[in-house]
Design a protein around this ligand. Sequence first.
Ligand SMILES: Cc1cc2nc3c(=O)[nH]c(=O)nc-3n(C[C@H](O)[C@H](O)[C@H](O)COP(=O)(O)O)c2cc1C
Length: 403
Amino acid sequence: MDSRRRFLQFLAASPLLGLTHAGRLLADETLDRTGLADHLIGSPDEALDVFDFHNVARQVLPTSHYGYVATGTDGNATLRANREAFRRIYLRAMRMVDTSNVSLQTELLGESLDSPIVLAPVGSQRAFHADGELATARAARAQGHLQILSNVTTHPIEDVIEARGAPVWFQLYPTSKWSTAKTMLERAEAAGARVVVLTVDLNANSNRVLLGQFSRADERDCSACHGPGPDDWLKTKPMYDGTGSVSADWDMSAMTWDYIARLREASSMKIVVKGIVTAEDAQACVESGADAVYVSNHGGRAEDSGWGAIESLPEVVAAVDGRMPVMIDSGFRRGTDIFKALALGADAVCIGRAYIWALAAFGQAGVEKVLEMLRAELSMVMGQMGARSVPDIESRHIGIRGG
Ligand SMILES: Cc1cc2nc3c(=O)[nH]c(=O)nc-3n(C[C@H](O)[C@H](O)[C@H](O)COP(=O)(O)O)c2cc1C
């Protein structure tokens, strides 16, 4: 840890800092911290907000790995919209309510949660830290948060569940082969997972220009980890072991709504559909028998719609009309962001890059600090708004400019 701290201090003193490729390209992510964006913290305890972890991640990650977490699609319009949309939602504070005891306790699909803040599925976490998904699981355990595990995890689900000390939810990219999906579902269920999260927002793939820019700038030879050819990448993902699938099978373009019934038949896990942004598809989730809908534009990594996730939340909530829980992610960086989603009717909010930056920067300790900070920020804004508990948070607590 000492050498890491010294390295960060060296970087902080470097005249090159602030001129990095990443620094120039990602001004969007640091809008919140204008002028101070390049300060580097040496330990998680120094963090003022999650953007402090972003600054460190940007410096310590290999160029292309940073590109993997940073990327949006096309010209990053959705990536930007995810953040900008929060600025149009303002808070309406209700004063003089006794908020000396604020509770974040909530319930989601029959599970009692210490807070509505959930770790979104993020693949290949060993690209960010040697302990990868295990560090995330240990942080989730220590801080009492639900973790959703990507099926492109770099640690097997059995090990992650052991590290978390409780089941994770299992996110699924099924490939074009039903047998692959079925094998993974059976394995996840046998390991203890009770919920499968089907991601449906990359079925025709996405155009990750920013990732390409960073990869091009990375001069290392990456074949030692990634294999010599494009056909090999699935072989490095343990959940695909024994499925018989190869990278060429990574094609979900034929998937339609009847897939939900297929999942239901093959597994007794509850089913969440991730990647919904419209009322029409929220309605389809209800009709196809899913258990929950998860609003997401994949953190601006699916299509470049230019539509912030929080902007599609109201129509989804209206279409669902209380018939199932609504989750959301994409662009959440602060307690106030989380509060706004809860006020618009979300039941839980998932975070992606916010904890991945911290994982890259400081491993488990970083992720723990992000979770602790976001809970503290959410509690503070709840107190300010006069909301003592999650069910207390209502639409009267927010307004939408021009809405
Ligand atoms: C590096 C990275 C990898 C991701 N991998 C997956 C994945 O394997 N499965 C999935 O459903 N979503 C994946 N996502 C999307 C996240 O689950 C989530 O939707 C997104 O990160 C939320 O936006 P935010 O990062 O702005 O919070 C990934 C996101 C990132 C940044």
